[in-house]
Design a protein around this ligand. Structure first.
Ligand code: SF4
Length: 178
């Protein structure tokens, strides 16, 4: 019996739609979990990113110093890092703010309306990078799975190929290695 691979999934600056697509594999998730242990994910209750993860799928762009630190931690603990969805692959929706930068975005959100005391909150607002950027701008990425979100069939095909170690035969013209 093949030893199960350790799978992690997480999201940074994303909408969770890519994880919804993973759930959309429906009963095929059971097929995958015959080969995979989910050791860290929004889908399971684990607080600390573990060591020695075989495959980590990352949704979302990198938008803050905290994202950067966590991404490096994840990269160092993962054998294969997968950019899951367009935000992780290109920046996509979060990167729309890059045209003007983070300070202009915050001014637009908090001070351009008709509130009585428009102001940018001084407390509890996490630090933001000026630009939201894709994963490969910070760390090496082993596989890119584009799509907003990638379809459930795409994810199932890609994960199945990764499980069996034959990514060279993934039948997806839009998948490519770093
Ligand atoms: S790629 Fe699309 S579905 Fe996935 S996190 Fe980004 S906006 Fe959401």
């Amino acid at each position: 019996m093949m030893e199960k691979l350790r799978l992690a999934t997480l999201w940074f600056d994303g909408c969770s739609g890519c994880h919804m697509s993973l759930l959309d594999t429906d009963e095929r998730l059971l097929e995958l979990t015959a080969f995979l242990d989910i050791v860290y994910s929004p889908l399971v209750d684990v607080k600390e990113f573990p060591d020695k993860v075989d495959i980590t799928c990352v949704e979302g762009a990198i938008s803050s110093p905290e994202d950067e630190r966590m991404l490096v931690r994840v990269r160092n603990s993962s054998r294969l890092l997968v950019a899951l969805g367009d935000c992780a692959v290109t920046g996509n929706i979060p990167a729309m703010r890059n045209i003007e930068g983070a300070p202009a975005m915050l001014r637009s959100i908090y001070t351009s309306g008709n509130g009585l005391q428009p102001q940018i909150p001084a407390l509890d607002l996490p630090a933001l990078n000026d630009k939201a950027l894709p994963l490969h701008r910070f760390v090496p990425v082993d596989l890119f799975i584009p799509g907003c979100p990638p379809g459930a069939d795409t994810l199932f095909t890609a994960l199945t190929a990764l499980i069996h170690g034959n990514t060279g035969h993934i039948a997806l013209p839009t998948c490519f290695g770093a």
